[in-house]
Design a protein around this ligand. Structure first.
Ligand code: DC
Length: 226
């Protein structure tokens, strides 16, 4: 069993902030797998590749350096570096998320990115978040969490998150996006979002961010017999 904590779940559960925070608390490495699909969307939306050129996008991503590093101005947050360039605000917008959800249906893209994601595994430990981390990418993970929350709570959180980042947002559009993305992510034929076997289910609707982080840490400590 590998020293990996997977945190899967739908959009807007606070998954990536929780995962980053857990990784910092435990001194583990971090992978936000959604960012890799968002970078694929970035290549399409910026006309670098078309969505018909999936194998070129796979080659590009496999040659790219993708890093998650502590934000220099806010140690509680992280930056995404693509080949050394900070692309965090570029890939956070909803347009990239929606296109990522569509192109991530591609079998060629998903299979082509398996090794890239597994390469984030590190001897000091890894927290990996996404949709198929526990079910497909790291089935041998020590701890698997499935984080969820009601659609209303998720839409409001997502709205607030975007506004806090200075990104224009509309609550009704976010509700529609969440419904569409949940549907796409759960119904695609290749590694759909599922609750992984043996996963701990955490419904974060009624918990604060800190309470969710503490629950994950508690599960992690209980499993290591601490
Ligand atoms: O986690 P996120 O919302 O940033 O992910 C954006 C999209 O990428 C998501 O709607 C579906 C896709 N994705 C995926 O298919 N598998 C993952 N492990 C992570 C994300």
């Amino acid at each position: 069993m590998k020293n990996i904590i997977t945190i899967d779940g739908p959009v807007g559960t606070g998954k990536s902030s929780v995962s980053w925070s857990v990784s910092k608390r435990l001194n583990y490495h971090y992978l936000n797998s959604g960012v890799i699909y968002r970078i694929a969307a970035y290549y399409v939306l910026n006309n670098i590749y078309t969505s018909n050129q999936i194998s070129e996008i796979v080659d590009q991503l496999n040659n790219d350096s993708i890093e998650f590093v502590t934000h220099p101005k806010n140690s509680k947050d992280y930056m995404v570096l693509l080949n050394g360039e900070d692309i965090t605000s570029k890939v956070t917008s909803e347009s990239y998320g929606n296109l990522a959800s569509q192109i991530s249906q591609s079998k060629v893209l998903r299979e082509g990115l398996i090794k890239k994601q597994r390469d984030f595994d590190h001897e000091s430990g890894l927290v990996a978040d996404g949709r198929d981390m526990g079910s497909k990418i790291f089935p041998e993970a020590r701890i698997k969490i499935f984080l969820t929350a009601s659609p209303e709570v998720r839409a409001k959180r997502r709205y607030q998150q975007l506004i806090n980042k200075g990104i224009d947002a509309n609550l009704e559009d976010i509700c529609d996006d969440i419904t569409n993305r949940d549907f796409n992510d759960m119904h695609r034929s290749v590694s759909p979002m599922v609750v992984p076997k043996g996963a701990y289910l955490i419904d974060s609707s009624e918990y604060t961010f800190d309470e969710v982080v503490s629950q994950v840490i508690e599960v992690s400590e209980a499993m290591s017999g601490a």
